[in-house]
Design a protein around this ligand. Structure first.
Ligand SMILES: Nc1ncnc2c1ncn2[C@@H]1O[C@H](COP(=O)(O)OP(=O)(O)O)[C@@H](O)[C@H]1O
Ligand SMILES: [Mg+2]
Length: 236
């Protein structure tokens, strides 16, 4: 079943159109990548889905048209957005960030189990449980951002450049944990990455954006084999 479907999505900042017909389809339980250079429109595509920029075209989630819904309504339907730049709450402790992630939930026992699960998935966070978000390293902040989004028990996780600014080994640790989260929880994922090598460790299929529209879509295995992908995104 298709969980999320974008058809000819457009978006603008003021007079400047930056999405010019983005289409993609994310099956329930799948993980789909959005690749592309800086400025291609990857972040704006996620914002269009989560209701933080106005969009045209059609955005359907679980068979329902969600385009134009307010961001809080979209979140309540089960879409969690880990924005570029992480978006952890700097003043709050790690534990309180995780609790805030679960603010729409009432199931206290399950919330407590899910906090334990996050701390097992990201053991570094367990050691920093009382530290404020601001005191964490970049890698720890990224782990916390992912864990906080998971605490909402979303059906769809939108991840924006989880590797940005991280040392390669740290980025790999973050992606390994996201891969484990995917296998163990079955959460559907839409993953924006400039680092295609990392994205291909996680996603089944991907689409490449250039100046606001799709130029290529295929399975991770197909895309990895293409010369133009290797040259532009895989360093050779
Ligand atoms: N808040 C904004 N206001 C005006 N222009 C923006 C804003 N955010 C992004 N843009 C522009 O929109 C285009 C797409 O940006 P973005 O979606 O962030 O691309 P990507 O995530 O692929 O790097 C770029 O040309 C960028 O400069
Ligand atoms: Mg971006």
């Amino acid at each position: 079943m298709t969980l999320l479907e974008l058809t000819d999505v457009t978006a603008s900042y003021g007079p400047v159109r930056v999405l010019d017909g983005v289409s993609l389809s994310v099956p329930e339980g799948g993980a789909v990548g959005i690749l592309g250079a800086n400025g291609a429109g990857k972040t704006t595509t996620l914002r269009a889905i989560s209701g933080t920029v106005r969009a045209g075209g059609r955005i359907s989630f679980d068979g329902r048209d969600i385009r134009g819904l307010r961001a809080d309504r979209v979140a309540a339907l089960g879409i969690a957005h880990v924005p570029e730049g992480r978006g952890t709450l700097a003043q709050l402790s790690v534990l309180d960030n995780l609790r805030v992630g679960a603010y729409l939930r009432k199931d206290r026992k399950a919330i407590s189990n899910d906090i334990d699960y996050c701390l097992a998935l990201f053991p570094q966070l367990r050691d920093r449980i009382t530290s404020s978000g601001a005191a964490l390293s970049g890698g720890e902040q990224q782990m916390l951002a992912v864990a906080r989004a998971f605490m909402a028990k979303p059906r769809l996780l939108l991840l924006d450049e989880a590797s940005l600014g991280l040392a390669p080994a740290v980025a790999k640790t973050v992606y390994d944990a996201i891969g484990r989260l995917r296998r163990e929880s079955g959460i559907t994922m839409l993953v924006v990455e400039q680092n295609a090598n990392l994205a291909f460790t996680l996603v089944d299929t991907a689409t490449v954006l250039e100046t606001g529209h799709n130029v290529l879509t295929g399975s991770a295995a197909e895309l990895k084999g293409l010369d133009e992908i290797r040259r532009a995104y895989l360093g050779g």
